[in-house]
Design a protein around this ligand. Structure first.
Ligand code: NAP
Length: 317
């Protein structure tokens, strides 16, 4: 049995791991299918304090992992299939690791890229459809690319992809972009970026060798249009990774874990949440890291408190 298990290795989970390990809690960290989290699929991080010249996302995550390991955090890889939070110790069923027990849990499983859910999309993942410009941009050297979405991610991916592509078209379902002004301005200044606004993607068109186009509905005229392209990058946001909790932790209607305001406490005592899995608003590496620190401190206090009450009960017998 472990004192505490941390599920997830983005900035939130790894910061919790650093704090818990330094507090001699010997945390076990479960690393899932996206080790390092979303920052491993980004390029340069310019706004994480302490790096005046910026730092590459994967390098930042690698540093955080090494920092946690330095203080004794132990890592295991596996998909958490299910949990039993009905009583302590909590039970975790982890693929390849069997059943694990812990007195406390820190959930930092983040959020995963959303898909459009249109015909041809899923069939062509890896054949021209991607949700990660950093991972796949290189394959589109000298080609035409579409980026779907109107948020900061879409602007960032479109700008990044102009390093490889001859032309990047941003397809967005409304006239107005959701992205912050600075990100919009950067994209608009880039001559390689074209705009197909007020267009809703309806089908990914592909041939034997992969994607050849995106069929879109023109929301002004209602007519279908075909945009020829070699690649389609979907940048329409994320879904919180909370399915494995089986409804045992309170979430909002989208699935983001609800924590008590100003803390990392969930509705189950001894279960703490941090990072994007509980943050639909800020979603930044630094806020995730900050909330990871909160979860570690809350967890430490919880374990000390529950031990204190166990001891006082034992003494009173
Ligand atoms: P987002 O802000 O939620 O934007 C998602 C975009 O995808 C929206 O424009 C949305 O359209 C569109 N969309 C959603 N579902 C769609 C569907 N089914 N079909 C077509 N379009 C769809 O997500 P995000 O861009 O990933 O950003 C998430 C958070 O991370 C934000 O807070 C953002 O500021 C932050 N972020 C920051 C940076 C940075 O500062 N470097 C970089 C990336 C992300 P509507 O606008 O019509 O809803």
């Amino acid at each position: 049995m472990r004192k505490v298990i941390v599920i997830g290795t983005g900035p939130a989970g790894l910061t919790a791991a650093i704090y818990l390990a330094r507090a001699n809690m010997n945390p076990l960290i479960i690393e899932g299918p996206e080790p390092g989290g979303q920052l491993t699929t980004t390029t340069e991080v310019e706004n994480f304090p302490g790096f005046p010249e910026g730092i590459m996302g994967p390098e930042l995550m690698d540093n955080m992992r090494k920092q946690a390991e330095r203080f004794g955090a132990e890592f295991k890889t596996g998909w958490v299939n299910g949990v039993d939070l009905s009583k302590r110790p909590f039970k975790l069923s982890v693929e390849g690791q069997g059943e694990l027990l812990a007195e406390a849990l820190v959930i930092s499983t983040g959020a995963s890229a959303k898909y459009l859910g249109i015909p041809g999309e899923k069939d062509n993942v890896g054949r021209g459809v991607s949700t990660c410009a950093t991972c796949d941009g290189f394959f589109f050297r000298g080609k035409k690319i579409v980026v779907v979405g109107g948020g900061d991610s879409a602007m960032e991916e479109a700008s990044f992809l102009t390093k490889f592509a001859t032309q990047v078209t941003v397809v967005h379902r409304r006239d107005e972009l959701r992205a912050s002004k600075i990100m919009q301005d950067r994209a608009r200044e880039n001559e390689k970026i074209k705009w197909a606004l007020n267009r809703t993607p309806v089908e990914v068109v592909a041939g034997e060798k992969g994607v050849t186009g995106l069929k879109m509905r023109n929301n002004e005229t209602g007519a279908d249009e075909l945009l020829e392209t070699d690649g389609i990058f979907i940048a329409i946001g994320h879904t919180p990774n909370t399915k494995f909790l089986g409804g045992q932790i309170e979430t909002d209607e989208v699935g983001y874990i609800l924590v008590k305001p100003g803390s990392s406490e969930t509705n189950v005592p001894g279960v703490f949440a941090c990072g994007d899995v509980q943050d639909n608003k800020y979603r930044q590496a630094i806020t995730a890291a900050g909330s990871g620190c909160m979860a570690a401190l809350d967890c430490e206090r919880f374990l000390e408190g529950s031990h204190a009450s166990e001891w006082s009960q034992a003494l009173s017998k």
